[in-house]
Design a protein around this ligand. Structure first.
Ligand SMILES: C[S@@+](CC[C@H](N)C(=O)[O-])C[C@H]1O[C@@H](n2cnc3c(N)ncnc32)[C@H](O)[C@@H]1O
Length: 204
């Protein structure tokens, strides 16, 4: 799916992945992994609601997104709430280094429904390497990945088995949690999803 698909979705307001608020798994994750501020990056941040929630909790936030229409909404919401985040109109990982200008490392990287879009083994490995390069020692990457489970329905994004998640990530990063959950907690009929948490092996 190219930039035009995403941009026109945000332009038209047809964004079935967007719960209209921050990711409902975040409160649990901050508590469970003792995340208290630090540098946060949301890849494919969409309209930025999760990042704004993190910014309110003292994270130094960066969002990277290819759809200009999504970032316009994010910027407007940040202004309205008096919050500061860096919004980068760029494709991760290709254009990201050029946009940030230097190699920054993040304590917390998240993606909600972005990593699971990649279906080839080679491209998954490429993404994992790029994220591992950006994680600070001991840093956490949380990815919300559509799960392929019995009776899980069809349509929507590519769905991954537990083995696919482990095989894609574990050569580089520690699997700290892989929990079958739903995409949007509290939403009826929400898509089964892996709440996946990976950790940089090098500890602080
Ligand atoms: C399923 S949507 C999820 C958006 C947001 N995380 C949310 O939960 O509302 C995937 C997002 O990834 C963005 N995206 C796709 N490929 C990207 C890339 N290479 N770099 C940055 N963003 C990308 C899309 O524009 C879209 O906003």
């Amino acid at each position: 799916m190219g930039i035009n698909y995403w941009d026109s979705s945000y332009e038209s307001g047809f964004v079935p992945w967007d719960p209209g608020e921050y990711d409902g798994h975040l409160p649990y994750l901050l508590d469970r992994f003792n995340l208290r501020g630090g540098r946060a990056l949301d890849i494919g941040c969409g309209t930025g609601k999760s990042l704004l929630w993190l910014a309110e909790r003292d994270f130094d936030c960066t969002g990277v997104e290819i759809a200009p229409a999504a970032l316009k909404i994010a910027e407007r919401a940040a202004r309205r709430r008096g919050l500061h985040c860096r919004w980068l109109l760029a494709s991760f990982p290709e254009d990201f280094a050029a946009e940030t200008g230097e190699i920054q490392r993040y304590d917390f990287i998240m993606d909600r429904g972005w990593f699971h879009l990649y279906t080839g083994e080679g491209e998954r490995r490429r993404i994992v390497r790029a994220i591992a390069d950006r994680l600070a020692p001991g840093g956490i990457w949380y990815s919300l990945i559509a799960a392929r489970v019995r009776g899980g329905g069809f349509g929507g994004p590519p769905r991954w088995s537990e083995k696919e998640v482990r095989d894609a990530v574990s050569p580089q990063l520690e699997v700290a949690e892989l929990q079958l959950s739903v995409f949007t907690p509290g939403e009826e009929g929400s898509m089964p999803s892996w709440r996946a948490v990976f950790q940089q092996r090098r500890l602080p």
